[in-house]
Design a protein around this ligand. Sequence first.
Ligand code: EPZ
Length: 418
Amino acid sequence: MDKLVVRGGAPLHGEVAISGAKNAALPILAASLLTSRPVTVGNVPRLRDIATMLALLNDMGVSHSVEGDTVILDPSHIDRPVAPYDLVRTMRASILVLGPLLARCGEAVVSLPGGCAIGARPVDLHLKGLAAMGAEVEVKKGYIHARAKRLDGCRLVLDQVTVTGTENLLMAATLARGTTLIENAAREPEVSDLAHFLVSMGAQIEGIGSDVLKVEGVKTLSAAGGRYHVLPDRIETGTYLTAAALTRGAIRTLGTRPELLDAVLAKLREAGADITTGEDWIELSMPRRPRAVSFHTAPHPAFPTDMQAQLMALNCIAEGVGVVTETIFENRFMHVLELRRLGAQIAIEGNTAICTGVDKLTGAPVMATDLRASASLVLAALAAEGETVIDRIYHIDRGYEQIETKFSSLGAEIHRVC
Ligand code: EPZ
């Protein structure tokens, strides 16, 4: 099992190119099921989760070719509208094939995605929405069985904000009969990117970026031969910026979009970082010890849960006390136990973690538990004195492209051992 070995202490300096957003590329690739015409998607990050989604689509009969960061899919034949457990259990986002499969084929058999380290992760809102659109939905022996000759548009009010729930229902609505309103829709930029991709295929969607999406169903979609460019990864961007802040360095992130992570930039400025931005770049320098910041996670445009662990790592070495409240997932503090092994002082009270900054962390062996927790361990290790060995880093390979190469190019002492 691969490990990352990090020797901390060096401030990060230099430039790093940001990859395409994993959480936009995944629904966009799944959306290729909605058409029988070829689909070309650019700026696709090379990640384990992307490979899993392509394997899942291939298993259904959607072939693809890859040229650099561009994926060309041929969804002309779907042999079997089935997403098997052995693939779905390795990536919960596989649930994203449910809506498009049902809309394209009139049926779908998708394994229930299990829970994961950060929470139970139910999909009840996905199923409730599809049923409201006229689908017969049954769960048996660990599989979702959904059927509908053609879905009927209707008004959907989501009980709570769900990113992939919004995405599944949005994709299903594009081929439904009549109008669908999705209220309390997720506003994450990745949802909007999917919507723009669907519009580029001929879908009729209004309200993109708002919490009310209005969809006029059409009979067929086609990618009209265009190449869709996936938006940059705001969480990868925030991760590298936080690493620079935490090591008191100065970096520029390239090929990103500042407006995607306003809440994160606001917190980093509050911590004392000097931040300047351009159309497609963000520069951060932290000439002094960061100040601790308090925040709570919430749906976009508020502070993203996917950056909670990374900002907590910054709080571990900051001046003062930072209070972090996680409101999205019920178990997203797994990184706290590992950060404590590096000397962090963090007390947990329910869904709140109270971080008291220490002058320095000390390297130690730690274990990754989930994608963003792994990132926070890398960040803490970059600031720690001595060597840290991070085990089970297959978690991190799911969401960060060439992480050790990118950090090394910024001056970090980091390498992978197999
Ligand atoms: C998406 O997960 C992201 N994954 C997650 O990123 C991200 O943390 C999350 O949104 C929140 O922003 C992808 O986009 C592939 P939710 P998702 O449905 O859609 C509850 C990462 O690190 N809920 O918005 O699964 C749920 O339990 C990953 O890249 C229901 O109760 O999250 C949670 O408490 C981790 N019933 C809350 O809603 C449902 O049917 C938000 O979950 C659906 C969700």
